[in-house]
Design a protein around this ligand. Structure first.
Ligand SMILES: Cc1cc2nc3c(=O)[nH]c(=O)nc-3n(C[C@H](O)[C@H](O)[C@H](O)COP(=O)(O)OP(=O)(O)OC[C@H]3O[C@@H](n4cnc5c(N)ncnc54)[C@H](O)[C@@H]3O)c2cc1C
Length: 471
């Protein structure tokens, strides 16, 4: 513990539940890890999250060292009615990684990782990032299917589902999860899998932190040595966008593409006279035979004369170099949705919104399907197995700038596409209210999660998330 008296407690709003200094000191002494409070060196850095618009001051930040620390923290929050922010990599788009006045349970010190290449299993603690696990698994030519950016924490990514460059070939991250160690609201540490507490294991896979804190993930590793991948910048035209969506859906499952309509960056691979022009930056991975991979990319390359072509054989983990800009902390606004189709008028609307963007912005388009869609809708809490396309409108702004213009832009974008919306991905939601959370859990998943919540977290200790209210 770095200070005995949490100064921030004195400034809590009247009526907010608080910890007395003695209880806090006793709690801190019981931990293997440490606590950070307002006034400690490092408090400001410790309360920062990836999206800088969430500038909040928690009473206590617990830097957990192990599952026992997590259990103690959950018990403390429950006993005192304090808001609990569970933070792994801090990339929550809704700001759920930091609380105003409550407790932050910072799991980032928990970085234990064991890889068994013979059994193709990885045991990973939740303080690890997708990039860290990917780099370690790559030494064996293996991977866990994570998302598109290295800095994202495996805690939030996995519990929400996990959509990335291997989704069509190997499914979501949760489709490769074989067990988890979970601390539930009663402070118990459990191991959950298909045989032990299967209901909880179901809920962990997509339920987004609603039923407990995962302190260890056990993943099945997939083969991912050399792939045919990289980035292809195409001119941003309606026919290119529509053709891309069609070609991505028709491609073999080995090929998963994540595309960004954006301004061409001032990068060495962009001809200087095309910098700033709207392009469709297609990132992707073909995980399989290299020759077949080149053939699978051919219809994408044929859509238009590329502005830049950086696709070729490469180690799987190299794909994260293409999204390293996204690791930077800054202000952001996002609205996203699942859709069944993307036609020419949709493509024209996307381009029009991009032309009117108030600053740096992008529209992300992911064509799903493949292995992700072959899992039964009721097999995991992520139930939208039939989601075909995910679209996300994102706008960025400088630290401290007024977010109103970018929020207005993403909101108008979403409204324009309302008649296309077939659902939502919990991990891509901002703080958008209960209706949107419900739309992330169709086919009875919301009701099942609510029933499990009632059993394991009736007082909604885990509520700072895309929250499922206990039934
Ligand atoms: C730049 C960027 C790129 C992204 N790319 C992708 C992508 O390609 N694919 C994709 O699927 N998503 C992607 N996301 C979304 C991302 O999956 C979610 O924001 C996710 O919640 C972040 O996880 P985190 O651990 O970093 O965040 P945190 O803010 O630490 O956690 C977010 C929430 O997850 C829950 N949580 C975190 N750790 C645990 C745990 N150990 N046990 C239980 N619950 C926990 C909590 O409810 C917490 O509030 C991206 C986000 C960003 C900002």
């Amino acid at each position: 513990m770095e200070a005995a008296r949490p100064r921030s407690l004195e400034s809590l709003p009247t009526g907010a539940p608080a910890l007395d200094p003695q209880s806090l000191a006793a709690f801190a002494a019981s931990l293997t890890g440490s606590v950070v409070v307002d006034g400690d060196a490092g408090y400001d850095a410790a309360r920062e999250v990836h999206n800088s618009r969430f500038d909040r001051s928690p009473s206590v930040i617990v830097r957990a060292a192990d599952a026992a620390d997590v259990a103690r923290t959950v018990t403390l929050a429950a006993a005192n009615g304090l808001e609990l922010a569970v933070r792994s990599g801090g990339h929550s788009l809704a700001g759920h990684g930091v609380s105003e006045g409550g407790i932050v349970l910072d799991l980032s010190p928990m970085k234990g990782l064991l890889i068994d290449p013979d059994r193709r299993l990885a045991w990973a603690q939740p303080g690890l990032t997708a990039g860290e696990v990917t780099a370690a698994a790559a030494e064996h030519g293996l991977a866990v299917p994570f998302g598109d950016t290295a800095s994202v924490g495996i805690g939030g990514l996995t519990t929400g589902g996990g959509i990335g460059f291997l989704t069509r070939k190997h499914g979501l991250t949760i489709d490769n999860l074989v067990a988890a160690e979970l601390v539930t609201a009663d402070g118990r540490i459990r191991t959950v899998d298909e045989e032990h507490d299967p209901e909880l294991f179901w809920a962990v896979r997509g339920g987004g932190g609603n039923v407990g804190v995962v302190t260890r993930f056990v993943y099945r590793l997939v083969e991912a040595g050399l792939v045919v991948g990289g980035g292809l910048a195409l001119p941003a035209r309606p026919d290119v966008i529509v053709g891309l969506v069609k070609a991505a859906a028709a491609a073999p499952d080995e090929l998963t593409l994540i595309s960004f309509v954006m301004q061409a960056p001032p990068a060495p691979f962009i001809p200087p006279d095309r910098v700033g022009e709207l392009v469709v930056f297609v990132l992707g991975v073909y995980a399989g035979d290299l020759e077949a991979g080149q053939a699978a990319w051919a219809p994408i390359r044929a859509l238009a004369e590329p502005v830049a072509d950086l696709v070729g054989p490469m180690p799987y983990a190299t794909i994260y170099q293409f999204t390293s800009e996204g690791e930077k902390r800054g202000g952001g606004s996002i609205r996203s949705w699942f859709a069944d189709d993307l036609d020419r008028s949709d493509a024209e609307a996307i381009l029009e919104f991009m032309r009117r963007a108030p600053g740096p912005a992008m529209t992300q388009i992911r064509v799903l399907g493949g292995a992700m869609a072959r899992v039964d809708a009721d097999a995991t809490a992520f139930s939208q197995r039939d989601a075909r396309i995910m679209v996300a409108a994102m706008a960025m702004f400088e630290d401290g700038a007024d977010p109103t213009p970018v929020d207005a832009w993403t909101a108008a974008f979403f409204t324009a596409f309302l008649n296309r919306v077939t659902g939502a991905y919990a991990n891509f939601l901002g703080a958008e209210g209960e209706e949107r959370v419900r739309s992330a859990y169709p086919h009875g998943a919301y009701e099942s999660l609510a029933a499990i919540k009632r059993r394991y977290d009736p007082r909604n200790v885990f509520r700072l998330n895309q929250n499922i209210r206990p039934a």
